[in-house]
Design a binder for this molecule. Sequence first.
Ligand code: COA
Length: 349
Amino acid sequence: MPRSKIAGIGFYVPENIVTNNDLTRFMDTSDAWIQERSGIKERRFAHRTKETTTTMGVEAARIAIERAGITPNDIDFIIFATLSPDYYFPGCGVLLQRAMKMNHIGALDVRNQCSGFIYALSVADQYIKTGMYKNILIVGSEKHSFGLDFSTRGRNISVIFGDGAGAAVIQPTEKENQGILSTHLHSDGEFAEVLAMYNPGTHANHWSDKPHADFEDKEMGEMFMSHAMIEKGQNYPFMDGPAVFKKAVEKFPEVIHEALDDNGLKTSDLTLLVPHQANLRIAQFVQKQLKLSNDQVFNNIEHYGNTTAASIPIALCEAWEKGKIKEGDLICLAAFGSGYTWGSVLMRW
Ligand code: COA
């Protein structure tokens, strides 16, 4: 059975750089607070009307496809991960298929937030191994800037997130010292409401002791999103930051060890860990726990913030462009986020 490899990778971030000081124009925050708690110095925000989650995904995909030495018409399956889609439905996969004038191939959308790219890669890996597809395009893209509360009310969340996209082409490889060795996926829905955007949705306050929305219980045509919800800011994401932090520093090391143990490898064997860029403090904590050197961990959250489904492919691509990844290197990707969902991928480049 062949293994799957990343044959081409690309990323795209919008031109517009938004510094921490820029955010102080909208909310009560400071550069010092943001840097101290998250390590973030700046992030990119997409053009409000000219760029969408899909168009950024297309930009990243073009680079990945070109680097794989193929054309958009060679792609035989699309997997698109995002939590900030252009439309509630249909997903971004079909919009990308249309924008890139691809054949009428399958397009799957993944809704696993920060773990989205890991889940997408894991699905692609299975299709490649079974021989069903030969050139799978996976994309992670987010336009967070369109859906955050930039008033002081939303500051614990809105200072962390940024926009951008990353993409990869997955192909089979027969080389012995190359390809994905294993993928490991997990979830714990007990914490679904700890980091979530409840509205718009069909929950009608069903799932928790704490109501997520003000709505009138009409017999027919219940409101998916009402004026009352918008007035109270119930259309924005919610995050219990300290709770997420605590769980993240537990699950990251766990799922990285799971990947290494499964392959009879040790942390010292790792060339590079590319963790989801949630918060620099989380990544530093994980590095310390795993006793990894600075050279063994790649972070770029300082410049892009947390780009959720895009963060791993952006970081992986930047690390590769900087010459930090070479053929045969042992690379671990790991993510944790909303759901909770978490996972890892171990591969030889
Ligand atoms: N600027 C200034 N002050 C802020 C602020 C901001 N942007 N956001 C929150 N604060 C204030 C709070 O109001 C609170 O004030 P109080 O003590 O007077 O009540 C204080 O700072 C501490 O808030 P807290 O939420 O406890 O901060 P924290 O140390 O936990 O840091 C996060 C907040 C969000 C940076 C941190 O919890 C975190 O990174 N968690 C993980 C989040 C994450 O990774 N999410 C993505 C998942 S993949």
